[in-house]
Design a protein around this ligand. Structure first.
Ligand SMILES: [Zn+2]
Length: 274
């Protein structure tokens, strides 16, 4: 068994369509209920990373500040924008507003970014690098790497991800390694058991070769059906019992292991006007 760094991540925490474009309405589920998902993980403390649009942070600063004591809060656009559809200048404004919201409302400087809809281009990564972000957590779009992943898929029936730097940037790619819960439950229409057995397979594969295991979840998707939440808890118990699997926040991984010899992000961040 090889060492696996595992990340549990939630997108759109506390976000609803009423104030953040592109997030499903889930009108039946109040934002406060998102806390239930975190509470269900509380028994066996697992570090979680929450990717939150800046506008949500501005709307619920106290609530987000409260969870930020325990969990990592990272950027997810300002209004959940599709970055690929924006010009360089527009993207720069979105990144700036998203970063400023967390900095001013929560009092922390976020180091991570996940693109809404996993939609980003070279400009996005260039801008994030200029703003001093340390990692992104998207699906990769690199052709060669995609071929490698397809090959993995064919041979092993599952994919995993190695830690790598994004070309021409100072960013680490903490790539999502599994189909997220939205894809599994709404697009592929899988059952909770089927979904978690897929995640287990991915984790076993990661254990075989070492690397990352990055799970992407959405609070409203999990809450909508109690069976999903139960399956998630069971999966996490399984993951915790696996030898060599360490749950960690991406910012701690970067602090501990990765940025030796890389340009200082803080010095870069100071040079970018917010
Ligand atoms: Zn999102």
């Amino acid at each position: 068994m090889k060492a696996v760094k595992a990340f549990i991540t939630f997108d759109d925490f506390y976000s609803r369509a009423e104030w953040v474009a592109g997030v499903p309405s889930s009108s039946k589920i109040r934002p406060e209920e998102d806390l239930n998902v975190l509470a269900s993980l509380e028994d066996s403390y697992l570090p979680v990373t929450l990717f939150i649009p800046g506008k949500t942070v501005e709307k619920f600063p106290e609530e987000i500040r409260h969870v930020a004591h325990k969990h990592e809060v990272a950027c997810h656009g300002y209004e959940h924008e599709n970055m690929r559809e924006l010009s360089f200048g527009q993207q720069r404004l979105v990144v700036s507003k998203s970063l400023t919201a967390i900095k001013e409302m929560i009092g922390q400087i976020p180091v991570g970014w996940r693109s809404p809809y996993f939609s980003a281009n070279e400009n996005t990564y260039r801008i994030l690098s200029q703003f001093g972000f340390q990692y992104v957590s998207d699906y990769t779009s690199n052709c060669l790497f995609c071929c490698f992943k397809i090959l993995e898929q064919l041979i092993f029936g599952a994919g995993t991800s190695q830690i790598r730097h994004l070309k021409n940037t100072c960013l680490i790619n903490v790539e999502v390694t599994t189909p997220d819960d939205y894809q599994a439950y709404y697009m592929k229409k899988l059952s909770p058991d089927k979904t978690t057995s897929l995640w287990k397979r991915k984790l076993r594969f990661a254990s075989k070769f070492g690397g990352l295991f990055v799970l992407c979840l959405h609070p409203w998707v999990e809450i909508e059906n109690p069976l999903r939440l139960r399956a998630l808890s069971e999966f996490l118990a399984f993951a915790k019992s696996q030898e060599g699997v360490e749950f960690i926040k991406p910012k701690d991984l970067i602090k501990d292991d990765l940025h030796s010899g890389k340009p200082s992000q803080n010095s870069m961040r100071k040079s970018v006007a917010l």
